[in-house]
Design a protein around this ligand. Structure first.
Ligand SMILES: Nc1ncnc2c1ncn2[C@@H]1O[C@H](COP(=O)(O)OP(=O)(O)OP(=O)(O)O)[C@@H](O)[C@H]1O
Length: 757
C-alpha cells in the first residue's frame, strides 16, 4: 500500500474541506449581515435581495455536503485529472480552477461507464473512501491496459466498493449511491426528461434509488425549466417518503416535493381509511363518469314553475326558461361553477323580457312602450333581486369539491349497485382514495377566481420588473462556485450564480412580500400546479383515478414511472403499463428494465421466488449480486405462543448494528406490539428504530438488515393480491430472513424453506 498516494489524497481532501469551510463561512456571513441591514432605498434593497437569494441557496448545499464530499478521481490518458464530488467546488484562484466536479457533469460520466474494453479516454479510475474528513481507503482500477504505472491500490475496486455499500448495516433511511452507480443505472438517470419513461425491475434492483438520482440529475441538467416548475416525487405511503427523504438533500437538492397521492389536494388531510373493496371501487375510471353525471344532476329545472315576488309584480321562472338557460350554459363547455354566470344571465334576461312585456304592453297591439334604456334599467333591478338569485342558486348551485364528493358518497348514483354499496359513507374523515375524487370534482366544478387572478397577475408583473433589476445586478457581480453545465461539457466548470438558478419570474415570486415559499411549497399549496417532471415510485399501485389526477399535474407528460407489476398489492392497482398509459400517451412511452438485485441475497431470493412460481412456473427473479451463505429459517409454533415465538426470534436474529422488521398481518399487531415493547409501530412508524413492526403494505419499498415474516399463510390469503404482498414481505432483507408460523406453511414456501432450514 502506497502511503505516499494516501498522503497526497489526504492533503487534497483536507484542502477541499478547508475550501468548503471558507465558502460556508463567507455565505453565512453575507446572509447574516444582509438580513440585519434595514434597507430603505431601492438600490440598497436590490443589493440585499441579490445577496440573500444567492447565498442562501449555496449555504443549504454546502451544509448538506459534510460527508463523502469527494469520492473518486478520474485520471485521463491525456494527463487531465479530476476529483469527483457530490457538488462541484472551485478553487479561489484567478482561473477558478475546479477542485471537484459534480457527479452529474458530462465529464464525470466515465466514472460510471468506462470499462477496460471501452475506457472512454481514462487511464485510471480511483474510488476514495472517507470517514468524515479522513481518507480511509483507495481503490484503483486500471483501464488503459498498456499503462504500466502502478499505485499499489489496484484490485477489483468497483466490486469492493459496491459490495461494502450493499453489506453495510441499514439505518432506516435510504442513502445516495453516487459512488457506485452502475452503468445500466447511469443510462436511466441521465435519460432525457422528455416523454414518459417506465423503469421496471424486480425487488431490490435499485428502481427507487435510481429514480431519486434521476431527479437530482434532471434538476442539474434542466435547471432553468425544473427549478421553476419543480419536480414531484410520488410514493406509496408517508413512511416510505420519510425513508427516501434524505437522499436528495444529501445531493444538495431541496426543491422537490415528495407526496403520496392522498396529499395532493391542498386543504384536505386524508386521515380516514377505506376497506380494500371501497378503495378499489373509488379507484375505477368509471367514477369520473359517475361524478360528471352527478354534477349534471345538480343543474336542475323547476317543476312546477317558481314564482318570484318583484316590485313590479310576480315573475314566473318556468321549466322552458330554465331548460333554455341550462342548454346555453352547458354549451359553453365550461366547468359547472364557471358556466353558472351564463345560466344566471340567461335567466335574468328572460325574466327581464317577461317583465318588460308586461309593463310596456300596448293594449292596442302596438309595439312595446319601453325603449332599450328602460329595459336596461329593468334588467338591473332583476339582477339585484335577492329572490331571483335564490331561485338561480337553487337551480344551478355554486358547489365546492368537498360538498359535491361528500354528497356523492352519501348517496352514490350512476354506479353498479355493488360499487355504490361499497363506497356509501355519511360524513367521516377523507381517505386517500377520496383525494382523486375531490380532484376530479374540482375539475368538473372549476373555481370562479377570475377577479382574484387578474389582480394577482397585475401584482406579479410589477414584481417581475423589480426582480429583473435584481438579476441584472446579480449578473454584473457574479462570483460564485458550483459548475455550470454548459462549461462542464468543455471540461472546465463555471460559476453558478443567482442567474443560473432563478429567472426573473421565479425571483419575483420569491420576493413577493407575503410569499417566501420555495417552488415545492407553492406547488404543494396549488391544486392546479403543473410540474416540470413527475416521478412515480411503486407506480403499479396507483388506481385509474389517481392516474387522472397525476396526469393533470403533468401537462407536458414529462414523467418517470418506476415499479414492478409483480409487487402490486392494491386491488385498485394496475397490471400493465399499457393499461395505465394508453389513455394518455397511446404507445408513445419508453420502457427499460433493471435486472440485478442489489438488496436481497440469493438464498432469500430463492425462497421468495417460490411464491411467484406457484402462480407462474416460468417466473425468474432478478439475479442477486450477493449471497450470504445464510439460509432463511422457519419456526413453527402454536397460536397461543405466536407472539412469544416472534419476540424470541427477534431477540435471536436482531442485528448488532442495523435494523430489523417484523412483517405481520395487521390483525396481529396488537398482540405483537405488546410482545415487542421497543418496536416502532402504527400508521407512520419511526423506521430508524432498531425494531419496526409493519404490515406487508407498509413494508413496500423499504429494506432492513433482518426481516421476520409472521404467518405467511395469512398474508397470502389476506387479499386478492396476497401472493404479491407475501413476495414483497420476503424480499425486504439485506442479510437474514426468518419466518414464524402456526399450522402448516403455505405450499409455495414449504419447499424453499424446507430446503433452507
Ligand atoms: N449502484 C448501487 N450502489 C449501491 N447500492 C445500490 C445500487 N443500486 C441499488 N442499491 C441499493 O440496493 C437497495 C435496493 O434499492 P431500491 O430500494 O432502489 O430497489 P427497488 O428496485 O426500488 O426495490 P423494491 O421494488 O423492492 O422496492 C438499496 O439499498 C439501494 O441503495
Amino acid at each position: 500500500m502506497s502511503t505516499e498516494e494516501f498522503q497526497k489524497e489526504q492533503e487534497f481532501i483536507t484542502g477541499l474541506y478547508a475550501r468548503l469551510d471558507d465558502l460556508r463561512e463567507e455565505a453565512e456571513a453575507t446572509v447574516e449581515s444582509a438580513l440585519t441591514q434595514v434597507e430603505t432605498g431601492h438600490q440598497a434593497k436590490l443589493e440585499r435581495d441579490v445577496l440573500v437569494a444567492e447565498q442562501s441557496g449555496l449555504l443549504a448545499a454546502f451544509n448538506a455536503e459534510e460527508s463523502g464530499l469527494c469520492f473518486g478521481r478520474l485520471d485521463f490518458q491525456d494527463g487531465r485529472q479530476y476529483h469527483m464530488g457530490r457538488i462541484g467546488i472551485r478553487q479561489n484562484d484567478a482561473e477558478r480552477t475546479p477542485l471537484v466536479v459534480d457527479w452529474r457533469a458530462e465529464i464525470a460520466r466515465p466514472f460510471y461507464l468506462a470499462t477496460g474494453h471501452s475506457p472512454m479516454g481514462l487511464r485510471r479510475r480511483r474510488h476514495i473512501t472517507t470517514e468524515g474528513r479522513t481518507v480511509t481507503a483507495l481503490h484503483d482500477e486500471i483501464l488503459d491496459l498498456t499503462d504500466t504505472t502502478r499505485t499499489g491500490h489496484e484490485g477489483s475496486a468497483a466490486d469492493t466498493v459496491l459490495l461494502a455499500a450493499l453489506d453495510a448495516a441499514r439505518s432506516g433511511r435510504m442513502h445516495d449511491i453516487v459512488r457506485t452507480i452502475q452503468a445500466g443505472q447511469d443510462r436511466i438517470i441521465r435519460a432525457s426528461h422528455q416523454g414518459v419513461l417506465v423503469v421496471e425491475g424486480g425487488p431490490g434492483t435499485g428502481k427507487t434509488v435510481v429514480a431519486l438520482h434521476r431527479a437530482a440529475y434532471l434538476l442539474y441538467a434542466y435547471r432553468d425549466l425544473l427549478a421553476r416548475r419543480g419536480v414531484l416525487i410520488v410514493g406509496p405511503n408517508p413512511a416510505f417518503l420519510s425513508y427516501i427523504g434524505e437522499v436528495l438533500p444529501s445531493l444538495g437538492e431541496t426543491g422537490v416535493l415528495l407526496a403520496t397521492v392522498g396529499e395532493l389536494f391542498p386543504g384536505v388531510t386524508a386521515t380516514g381509511t377505506d376497506t380494500a373493496g371501497a378503495a378499489e371501487a373509488k379507484g375505477r375510471a368509471a367514477m369520473a363518469d359517475a361524478l360528471a353525471r352527478f354534477v349534471r344532476d345538480r343543474q336542475t329545472v323547476p317543476d312546477p314553475a317558481v314564482e318570484i315576488e318583484h316590485d313590479d309584480g310576480t315573475l314566473l321562472l318556468d321549466r322552458a326558461m330554465a331548460e333554455d338557460a341550462r342548454a346555453a350554459a352547458r354549451q359553453t363547455g365550461l366547468p359547472h361553477n364557471l358556466a353558472r354566470p351564463h345560466f344566471a344571465f340567461r335567466i335574468i334576461d328572460a325574466l327581464t323580457a317577461q317583465l318588460a312585456d308586461r309593463i310596456g304592453y300596448d293594449p292596442y297591439g302596438g309595439p312595446n312602450f319601453l325603449g332599450p334604456d328602460d329595459i336596461a334599467q329593468l334588467g338591473k333591478a332583476v339582477a339585484l333581486s335577492g329572490e331571483v338569485h335564490e331561485a338561480i342558486d337553487a337551480l344551478w348551485p355554486p358547489l365546492t369539491p368537498q360538498q359535491l364528493v361528500a354528497d356523492f358518497l352519501a348517496g352514490p348514483v350512476h354506479l353498479p349497485d355493488a360499487d355504490a354499496r361499497l363506497i356509501r359513507r355519511d360524513g367521516g374523515a377523507w381517505t386517500p382514495a377520496d383525494v382523486p375524487l375531490l380532484d376530479e370534482a374540482a375539475e368538473l366544478l372549476g373555481e370562479d377566481d377570475s377577479a382574484a387572478r387578474a389582480a394577482e397577475e397585475a401584482e406579479r408583473q410589477q414584481r417581475i420588473a423589480y426582480a429583473q433589476g435584481v438579476l441584472d445586478m446579480a449578473y454584473a457581480s457574479r462570483t460564485y462556485e458550483f459548475e455550470d453545465k454548459e462549461d462542464v461539457d468543455e471540461d472546465a466548470s463555471e460559476v453558478l450564480g443567482a442567474h443560473d438558478i432563478v429567472d426573473a419570474e421565479r425571483m419575483a415570486e420569491r420576493h413577493e412580500e407575503a410569499d417566501h415559499r420555495s417552488t415545492a411549497e407553492r406547488a404543494a399549496a396549488d391544486r392546479t400546479w403543473a410540474f416540470g417532471h413527475i416521478i412515480v415510485d411503486e407506480a403499479q399501485e396507483l388506481s385509474a383515478m389517481a392516474w387522472r389526477l397525476l396526469m393533470r399535474r403533468s401537462p407536458t407528460r414529462s414523467m418517470t414511472l418506476v415499479g414492478d407489476p409483480a409487487q402490486t398489492g392494491d386491488a385498485a392497482g394496475c397490471d400493465s403499463w399499457q393499461q395505465i398509459l394508453g389513455p394518455y400517451v397511446g404507445d408513445r412511452w419508453a420502457h427499460t428494465r433493471l435486472g440485478v438485485n442489489y438488496r436481497t441475497p440469493a438464498e432469500i431470493m430463492e425462497v421468495a421466488a417460490g411464491v411467484r412460481r406457484a402462480q407462474d412456473p416460468a417466473f425468474e427473479p432478478p439475479g442477486s449480486v450477493r449471497s450470504t451463505g445464510v439460509r432463511p429459517r422457519a419456526r413453527a409454533t402454536e397460536p397461543d405462543a405466536l407472539a412469544r415465538a416472534v419476540a424470541e426470534t427477534v431477540a435471536d436474529e436482531a442485528p448488532r448494528e442495523g435494523r430489523l422488521a417484523v412483517v405481520a398481518p395487521r390483525e396481529l399487531h396488537g398482540a405483537l406490539a405488546v410482545a415487542l415493547p421497543g418496536a416502532a409501530h402504527g400508521a407512520a412508524p419511526d423506521l430508524t428504530r432498531s425494531v419496526v413492526l409493519l404490515d406487508p403494505r407498509q413494508a413496500k419499498g423499504l429494506e432492513f438488515d433482518t426481516v421476520v415474516v409472521v404467518e405467511p399463510g395469512r398474508i397470502l390469503a389476506g387479499s386478492p393480491r396476497g401472493a404479491n404482498d407475501l413476495y414483497v414481505a420476503l424480499t425486504r432483507a439485506t442479510q437474514h430472513l426468518a419466518v414464524v408460523h402456526t399450522g402448516a406453511l403455505p405450499a409455495c414456501l414449504r419447499e424453499g424453506l424446507a430446503r433452507a432450514s
